[in-house]
Ligand binder design. Structure first.
Ligand code: NAD
Length: 361
């Protein structure tokens, strides 16, 4: 039986890397029943939304999505399609492995981190107040009344919201992931020394959950110190669990440790659904140029293969990609010693080389 999967090419460079990824996935011999759904700039123009309802409905049916990046118009009315999708399907766990492969140009050799980012709340919850609106004025009055602080009316506000329930389930997810994947340690990342209530609640909840997993080491780190430690000695860390915003930032930092966004995969997971997508965005300046690296989306596809039980195909595809990386010949500009290297190949040539490698075994 073919595996039903909702395929969302996205916009910008999304369609190119999606096409390359689809080709290598099909070349594994695994059968897919792709339900291709459009979201992003094109649907915004046509239907006034970056995330049409049929996309969400399709994932509700197939339970699995493979998604290219989608541009978020900066500072305009539209909410991010990515954030909306995560909220609508309650994709509460954002799983982002960051691992060095031989041949990647990185300052480090032995990075093997897994970022577990809470995906539904924190400053991403979308609780914001625009300056000059009655709601904003009401918030200013409320803060003055309950907190005694007189805030400047010429301001805007975003609320940092963290709940026990969401923290419990993301920390449990991190520990369960650690247990299922033979990981030794979970580190909770926070800024509870300053945001004593919101991050304090995240930290105390993480601490409580950690007691349910005596077989896994547990520790915590303040987020700024975490950044420095990851740059200095990333091999000391294993699974990191973080609130939404820190998780977003630290996962890009971790991508930097392993050779860049071109090789950093991700998954958004709920109790019922899973949507796999690269960490990077739509890189619109390269759209239509057959230029960017499809490997981050291919590695996301490998995570998807494992999720649907196709472990052997996942291993074969991973082996072929790592071979191409180590060989360093058929790789895009970002994996070359210099970005203007004339021997860099394009997105589709990377897929050709990987398929050829897989066929050779
Ligand atoms: P970006 O990740 O799109 O690109 C930043 C830079 O990283 C690029 O200019 C390029 O130099 C490099 N890069 C990214 N992907 C690459 C690849 N596959 N191969 C080689 N190099 C690559 O980040 P941005 O420019 O901040 O965001 C562009 C748009 O994407 C924004 O609208 C943003 O909101 C959106 N975005 C979407 C997602 C998502 O769909 N999940 C995630 C992040 C950003």
């Amino acid at each position: 039986m073919p595996h039903p999967v909702t395929l969302i090419p996205g916009d910008g460079t999304g369609p190119e890397i999606t096409n390359a990824t689809r080709r290598v996935l099909e070349a594994t011999g695994v059968q897919f029943d792709w339900d291709v759904r459009q979201a992003g700039a094109e649907t915004l123009e046509r239907y006034g939304t970056v995330l049409p309802d049929d996309v969400v409905e399709s994932i509700r049916q197939t339970k699995v999505g493979l998604k290219g990046p989608i541009t978020t118009p900066m500072g305009k009315g539209q909410r991010s399609a990515n954030v909306t999708l995560r909220k609508k399907l309650d994709l509460y766990a954002n799983l982002r492995p960051a691992k060095t492969y031989h041949g990647l140009r990185s300052r480090y050799d032995h990075v093997d981190l897994v970022i577990v980012r809470e995906n539904t709340e924190d400053l991403y919850a979308g609780i914001e107040f625009q300056r000059g609106t009655p709601e904003h004025e009401e918030m200013l009055a409320l803060i003055k009344r309950v907190n005694g602080q007189c805030l400047d009316a010429n301001s805007a506000m975003s609320i940092k919201y963290i709940s026990v329930a969401a923290t419990r389930r993301i920390v449990k997810f991190a520990f369960e992931y650690a247990r299922a994947n033979g990981r030794r340690k979970v580190t909770a990342v926070h800024k509870a020394n300053i945001m004593r209530l919101s991050d304090g609640l995240f930290l105390s909840t993480a601490h409580e959950v950690s007691k349910e997993y005596p077989d896994i080491q547990y520790e915590d780190r303040i987020v700024d110190n975490m950044c420095m430690q990851l740059v200095q000695k990333p091999e000391m860390y294993d699974v990191l669990v973080l609130p939404n915003l820190y998780g977003d930032i630290i996962s890009d930092l971790s991508a930097g440790l392993i050779g860049g966004l071109g090789v950093a995969p991700g998954a958004n997971i709920s109790s019922q659904y899973a949507v796999f997508e690269p960490v990077h965005g739509s890189a619109p300046k390269y759209a239509g140029q057959n230029k960017v690296n499809p490997m981050a989306m291919m590695f996301s596809g490998i995570m998807m293969l494992r999720h649907i039980g196709e472990r052997e195909a996942a291993a074969r595809l991973e082996k072929a990609i790592t071979h191409i990386i180590a060989e360093g010949k058929y790789v895009t500009y970002d994996l070359k010693p210099r970005p203007d290297d004339p021997t860099a190949v394009g997105t589709s040539q990377v897929a050709d080389a990987i398929i050829e490698r897989m066929q050779r075994g």
